[in-house]
Write a protein that binds this ligand. Sequence first.
Ligand code: SIN
Length: 530
Amino acid sequence: MIDVFDFLVIGSGLAGFSFAIRASKYGRVAIVTKSDALESNSYYAQGGIAASPLSDSDSIQKHIEDTLKVGDGLCNRDIVELVIKESRAVIDELISWGVEFDRENTHFHLGREGGHSERRILHRKDQTGAEIQRKLYERIVENKNIEVFESCMAIDLITKFKFIGRTFDGVEDECYGAYIYDKKSKSVETIFGKFVILATGGAGKVYLVTSNPDIATGDGVAMAKRAGARICNMEFYQFHPTVLFHPKAKNFLITEALRGEGGILRTKDGRPFMKKYHPAGDLAPRDVVSRAIDTELKRSGDECVYLDVTHLGRDFIIEKFPQIYEKCLSLGIDITSEPIPVAPGAHFMCGGVLVDSYGETSISRLFAIGEVAYSGFHGANRLASNSLLECLVFSKRALEKCLNYQKKIHIPHEDIPVWRSEKAVPQDEKILISHAWDEIRRLMWNYVGVVRSDKRLRRAWERIQIIKKDIFEDYWRYYISDDLIELRNIAIVAELIIQCAMMRKESRGGHYNIDYPFKNDIEFRKDTIV
Ligand code: SIN
């Protein structure tokens, strides 16, 4: 029997979970996730979720202006307005789902981060993402209309043009489902969905240093690109200024909320340096802080700078930031009495699959929501703690569009081929895969990182073509595996980032090229669309 779900959701972060919970009132939902259901970028969000107005001094307008300013000229004002105007409503919905935010007496305790003119960040200590995801997951497991497929990884989207053939009568391409690799049984299944929702998150693993967990390999962008969807603004990869720098700490973020409470960045010899780079000092937008650290490190030859929070007081730190305190202590750093070694790391993909104001891509019935998408909300650089907000608002809007779909929905199962791998052979040299992973991540870090140049980008482009050719040959020769699927995906994402970065001959937001150190509004105040 062929199983067709009403909604096939790929990814289990906040975008996927919130879509699934709402959609389950109207039909059957499948959530496909390549690891455990709780493993996602959303789960590790420390700082929180921005909303407005939450205090007497704040307003929707101020939040809109902060978002536009950090977005550096590329945000879509209409999208920014609609998302922020919806922020209180989606927060109320989260609370109705059981999520708890920190309070002081009857009021919310509001955090502050870089680029915000007001305190407006709801949080649960320094584990906001974990609190939200756990509460939503509790609802999902009890829900008879939602089926969760863990350890199941989407390989490719099934679209009309690719699998049935292109018609030349002006008909749009449409999406029917995806081929899914079950990591446990090592088999490939076909799952159909009347609506397919990409909620696969970001691609931090394309870089050597990242705050993201291992699953962040850009699978959604790569699948959408292979399916022929439009991709946008991939040059704007956001680097978080403060990822813990320690040989034993992998991908551990030191939240910006610590600087919001007064934390100070210092060089190895104890000198504060941020005021030199921006009037907002340690609370400047992230791209500014990351570049300032990069400059300081290149000048001194050091490997990291230090975040000093010792003056905030032991009890305050332990009470408000227990996870960071414990993690650092486990590595021998007592942050209440010594500074934290930090360095920038890839954090958030501001570009992604281009979507309309309801999250639909250029392929009908294929939606992309959350970090995988480019909606116009973040522009060239994302304002801190705006990402979870985008997930919630766009998952709501995407469902609205699905429920009002006017066009007839037909899935031609009989014409869609099953996955075949008869000609493949076992991969006998795993070193080929691990070496290519390492090569891409170093290449991206060294040539397409915080600071870029034409020469570095050209060299990165030439190298990625060679690496990609080898990976694609292996992909078709050997039995499929999760490593190989992810490797093919990060190679495509790397190529897209390099391609977009080469197209933008200016510096703006998260993209800085030393050969064009200034913004050029006349030629480049526009999206980079591939
Ligand atoms: C942080 O807590 O510093 C990260 C929050 C975000 O990326 O918005």
